[in-house]
Design a binder for this molecule. Sequence first.
Ligand code: ADP
Ligand code: ADP
Length: 229
Amino acid sequence: MIRLENVTKVYKTSTRPALENVSVDVGKGEFVFVIGPSGSGKSTFLRLLLREEVPSKGKVYVSNYDVAKLPRRRVPRLRQTIGCVFQDFRLLTNKTVFENVAFALEVIGKPAHTIRKVVPEVLELVGLEGKSDRMPRELSGGEQQRVAIARAFVNRPLMLLADEPTGNLDPDTSQDIMLLLERINRTGTTVVMATHDQSIVDSMRRRVVELDFGRVIRDDARGVYGYDH
Ligand code: ADP
Ligand code: ADP
């Protein structure tokens, strides 16, 4: 599903690599945490998968795409196979919950009758049935993140990339969001989540890829955040 082969990324404005000789394979349906301190390369890792950046050296494969070689006109098709969730939710503030989720379907040309059917289904999946007509500002942080997850998942992407999705949430709400990501993972969707949330990583016991100064220093099948547990 995802393969990085000896990937090094050096940004133009920087001298030291953001990622250095990183090789990681993620299979279909896996759940992977990418952890490490701020600046260790987690976001760069995710941006390479989306072709928001290209590697300076090495190869990036996502599903069957050689990402760096993909012609520009095919990038939208790559991105349609990937759902994204961020720390700051990134909802459209002037649209309702329903419209935020529907928008993801409208931009890829889905017909109105499909949208009317599919949006309520996914809002139910994330536990927001009954909140369709709310504006994002009327929702709690956890609810806003659920809308963002619904929007990311409504196209049934092959994978979900989450960059610090619990970074703005309290611990209980964070646990609820993790249950939801687990539920999405159980549908067969590959989930890659960048985080520094130690308690979440420790409670989930999933695969952990740890970065430090752009290098993979650990890749454990059922990991915890630190070493001293
Ligand atoms: P993390 O997500 O773990 O905080 P990043 O991937 O954002 O790490 O950053 C890795 C390194 O690359 C950091 O040193 C950061 O300052 C640098 N960096 C990230 N994005 C850019 C960019 N667009 N241009 C230059 N340097 C960047
Ligand atoms: P996060 O770690 O929350 O994902 P970012 O990836 O946006 O945040 O940024 C991580 C680090 O990379 C920060 O230190 C930021 O200042 C630096 N950075 C991001 N974009 C650039 C850029 N265009 N040029 C230089 N540094 C950048």
